[in-house]
Design a protein around this ligand. Structure first.
Ligand SMILES: [Zn+2]
Length: 405
């Protein structure tokens, strides 16, 4: 891409991130479709060979952008829900899901069409190709994870009495409540342990008012980390994860489009920090509880991804596929129409497998670093910077897999 187009694309990319941040945090109402239109026009005439641009190109295409932005706001589907239905309850989710279903299916089909017009077999094929993976290779990794862990996960699900309809709340209850913990202290602990002098590069906002923890870069040197503070240990896991994103963004050398991370690399390396920080900063029951949560939930992610890959082949059979896949957890699965409520089917499609790849890589990388450097964690940090972070998106998913072995 020529220099002028590239710098324009960078501007649009960060402008969109800024708008999204304002919409999420301050309830602003920026129209994302307008900026998508400009991105699509620019990319239609340019080179989209950087991995992250392929995903961006599809999502900014007119049909996808319009559907995506409608789906990104639940308010658009609430018309027939009375105030008595408790927000976040399964009844609420099913009602939203039913109202959304048509749009979610239309969006999946629209993405598939753009992918096929670009000569890919399907949308999942396009996304995975950009990471150097095939659908069959990914299915193999996911099924291997299930073969290895499903028996233990089913035992843990029984032991902790998890139910499918209240999954995330039940998962959170695996942990002891943690009074008086300070997010700030944990951030400092991670950075100190890895000997990374980044505190001044990362803008940290900690609040109990946030709906979730997340990171948004609104320019190369403007990395905003939002941490939802609460009294559960599970939030510490989210903190490690988001900090993992922020460390990665802030350590990339060089500018330009080729240094914007594709979501695969970013997500994988966030899980790596989440996992490693848990092992080296926590002990006893706390570590055991968080390890159980990661194992259980990343197994759910493997199932979710296998369900999604099937869905692209048999969209008309969504409800049956949903039951078929999620009952693997040994749980009763009711209300299959809730499938379309899941944002990984619409907002972040063909994405959830990255958590499973990240988990596998994290465990290998942890063992490798422990064998090589023992408890000299400063050297762990230096290794990550030297071998992974500073290279930005010049590494492929396969490179990270090989580096972890
Ligand atoms: Zn993440």
């Amino acid at each position: 891409m020529d220099v002028k187009l590239e710098s324009l694309m960078m501007d649009l990319y960060y402008q969109k991130n800024r708008m999204q941040m304002q919409n999420y945090i301050f309830d602003s109402c920026y129209d994302i479709t307008a900026i998508d239109e400009r991105i699509y026009e620019l990319l239609s005439n340019g080179d989209i060979s950087y991995p992250f641009l392929l995903r961006t190109f599809v999502d900014s295409s007119p049909d996808c952008s319009c559907l995506l932005n409608r789906i990104d706001n639940y308010e658009n589907y609430k018309k027939n829900i009375s105030d008595e239905v408790e927000k976040g309850s399964i009844k609420y989710k099913v009602k939203i899901a039913r109202a959304m279903k048509e749009d979610v299916i239309a969006l999946m089909k629209a993405r598939d069409m753009v992918a096929k017009a670009l000569d890919y077999k399907s949308y999942p094929d396009l996304i995975l190709s950009s990471d150097g993976l095939t659908i069959d290779e990914l299915k193999k990794v996911l099924n291997k994870h299930l073969d290895k862990h499903l028996v233990d996960v089913k035992r843990l699900i029984k032991q902790h009495q998890l139910e499918w309809s209240t999954w995330f709340r039940d998962l959170d209850n695996i942990c002891d409540k943690k009074e008086n913990y300070s997010s700030n202290e944990y951030v400092q602990k991670v950075l100190t342990k890895f000997d990374l002098n980044l505190r001044s590069k990362i803008k940290l906002e900690i609040s109990s008012e946030l709906f979730a923890s997340f990171v948004i870069a609104t320019s190369k040197n403007d990395i905003n980390v939002f941490i939802r503070e609460s009294s559960t240990l599970g939030e510490v896991l989210a903190l490690f994860h988001e900090l993992g994103h922020a460390i990665h963004y802030s350590m990339i050398e060089g500018d330009g489009l080729k240094n914007i991370l594709p979501s695969s690399l970013s997500e994988i390396m966030a899980v790596v920090i989440e996992y490693i920080a848990t092992q080296i900063l926590l002990e006893g029951d706390e570590r055991r509880q968080l390890n159980e949560i990661m194992l259980i939930d990343y197994t759910r992610c493997a199932i979710s991804s296998l369900f999604e890959l099937d869905l692209y082949e048999k969209i008309g059979d969504a409800e049956n596929l949903y039951v078929k896949h999620y009952t693997k957890l040994g749980l009763e699965v009711n209300n299959p129409s809730v499938w379309s409520y899941d944002s990984f089917r619409s907002i972040d499609p063909v994405y959830i497998h990255n958590y499973v790849l990240g988990y596998t890589i994290a465990k290998n990388m942890y063992e490798k670093l422990k064998d090589t450097y023992g408890d000299d964690y400063g050297k762990w940090g230096a290794w990550l910077v030297e071998n992974i972070y500073k290279h930005g998106s010049n590494l492929h998913v396969q490179d990270i897999m090989n580096l972890s072995l």
